[in-house]
Design a binder for this molecule. Structure first.
Ligand code: SF4
Length: 280
């Protein structure tokens, strides 16, 4: 196991720890979030692990998360307190989520933890897009103000394609910057940004964590059923969970009705047409 990386990740967690409240640890029920949870325990920082239910989580994942007493489950709600589901979003947005427009992540997964300093298990080697978009620290929101502040502090930063600020140096200035901005933006610390998949598995094996049982069933990725980011795995998932397949079809049906009422073009004639397009 790579002890240097483990120590570095622990140091990162310690150095960015907020003074007055625990970290908000984004827990998905996958191997990377198990890794940051164990690292947070080892480092002795205070944290609150939270899973945001998306309504299309795999049942095995929900069971795995519920089996852990130290993970809270958060149900995303709108301003009126109504539970937001994937089905509602598909109807409201008039099209299903795609790789390019993943509205569901921001509305379902990233809703919790406002005004808190977040930690996630994002790793750069997961995809080239992540490599370009993430860093050890990522700040989203108030781009102009944050860039001005970063300039004033002479920080070495990059701007990603979503106007987020990415910082990769763990030093006193970066820490002060994080302290300054995390209340008013979405600020994320990624302690294992430079870990590989094998680093993660070696670490988990060392600490006796088998992680989500779905990995033993051959899943490479733990996410939502039908997630547009899951590539070929999506078709298998929808076959494995026919209730969700049917629920998507019902949502597509209602979405087509909503499109008609809004005067949108009839690109799709039926829910099955939408499904075919969506899975292509
Ligand atoms: S379906 Fe994929 S993109 Fe949407 S919330 Fe789930 S993980 Fe995020």
């Amino acid at each position: 196991m790579n002890r240097d990386k483990e120590q570095k990740a622990i140091e990162r967690l310690k150095s960015f720890e907020p003074e007055t409240e625990p970290y908000y640890l984004c827990y998905s029920g996958g191997k990377d979030s198990d890794t940051i949870k164990i690292l947070a325990e080892l480092s002795g920082v205070k944290f609150e692990a939270v899973h945001n239910l998306t309504s299309v989580d795999m049942p095995e994942t929900v069971k795995y998360i519920k089996s852990q007493n130290d993970v809270k489950i958060h149900i995303p709600r709108n301003k009126d307190g109504k539970h937001i589901t994937m089905w509602d979003l598909i109807i409201k947005k008039h099209f299903p989520p795609t790789r390019v427009v993943r509205y569901c992540c921001s509305e379902l997964k990233e809703q919790g933890g406002k005004g808190r300093l977040k930690i996630t298990g994002v790793r750069a080697d997961e995809s080239s897009k992540r490599k370009a978009n993430a860093g050890m620290v990522k700040v989203i929101g108030k781009p102009k103000t944050m860039q001005k502040k970063a300039e004033e502090m002479q920080l070495d930063y990059e701007v990603n394609n979503k106007n987020g600020l990415v910082l990769n140096y763990d030093n006193a200035d970066t820490r002060r910057f994080v302290e300054h901005c995390y209340r008013t933006t979405s600020t994320i610390v990624n302690p294992i940004i430079d870990w590989s998949e094998s680093d993660v598995w070696e670490f988990l094996n060392h600490y006796g964590c088998k992680s989500n049982p779905l990995y033993e069933c051959g899943n490479k990725r733990i996410g939502c059923i039908g997630c547009p980011m899951a590539g070929k795995q999506r078709r298998q998932e929808l076959k494995r969970y026919p209730t969700y397949y049917r629920a998507y079809l019902r949502a597509f049906d209602k979405m087509l009705q909503a499109r008609k009422e809004s005067g949108l073009d009839g690109v799709w004639q039926s829910a099955e047409d939408v499904m075919k397009w969506w899975l292509e």
